[in-house]
Design a protein around this ligand. Sequence first.
Ligand SMILES: C[S@@+](CC[C@H](N)C(=O)[O-])C[C@H]1O[C@@H](n2cnc3c(N)ncnc32)[C@H](O)[C@@H]1O
Length: 316
Amino acid sequence: MASRKSHRAPNAAAAPTPARAAVVASDVHRELLPDQSAALLQELHLLTRTGDLNADTRRKLKQINHLANLLRPGIDDAFARQPEPVLVDAGAGNAYLGFVLYELFFGPRGRGQLWSVEVRPDLVARGKERAHRLGYDRMLFAERTVADWAAEVQDGATRIDAVVALHACDTATDDALALGIRAQAPLIAVVPCCQAEVARLLGGGTGVRAGLGPLWRHPWHRREFGAHLTNVVRALLLEAHGYQVTVTELAGWEHSLKNELILARKVQRSNGLAIRQLQALLADLPRLDMQLLRVVGLPGTSGPEAPPDLAGPDVG
Ligand SMILES: C[S@@+](CC[C@H](N)C(=O)[O-])C[C@H]1O[C@@H](n2cnc3c(N)ncnc32)[C@H](O)[C@@H]1O
């Protein structure tokens, strides 16, 4: 006898909206996080004037909401430890992520600061105006490169509890990592964007055994392998500085091709095994002269360390 199941149309009860499709206003609530308002998303133009979610902005919202969820434990922890936790969104663009994080975590608690650091004046002006209109008065904007802003605040010994960078272009991701590592921020999360620096270095030769050359002989492979190698070095450097690192996909590939999340929690002062692994990797790639490694360096080596007067987290 055929089972009842065999007579049922597949997924007939709750057919999910296909990943690349738009969502009509009446169904948008399914895409929202608890405590997330459609009104803010409309203000950000992630929803249309009629409240629909089009396919492109749906992809963006998926990434932002998934990242917000993954950041939640670290941000809750920052609020538990600090009266005024400071989160930095590096290469913030339109600051969609920042506005969402503020609505979910900073607004309801009535404390803490969220900095959006962005080099483009038009985006900063728009973000400022929007934050003012929404009454997000602890959402602050710096029209600077991440590196310039880092130099300013680290001279001033600002405590930083979390650094996030969502698709910050090329080495702006590294500037965000440098900022977080040098400030000993307890939480660092980056979703790297395009990465050209290492592909360029590979193109110039790396001094490695000739047999490995075919790994990046073709420009396409050089770009892919360069991006992979960059993220490997980023993760190892974080580990070397005492971070517990998770590397994972942010949202399904159908939502974004730039999809690798490096999520790091500071758990100890440094990690000898990771230091040795990174040293061994660099010994095999002697010309991998990444700016990040020059700016941050390994713990206990000649690279610059976090300024001693920075108030670091209570770890290690
Ligand atoms: C691809 S957009 C991503 C924006 C935003 N994080 C998001 O996910 O929607 C990258 C942003 O980083 C900014 N940017 C690039 N290099 C930067 C740097 N060195 N310092 C600060 N912002 C930078 C660009 O102006 C751009 O707005």
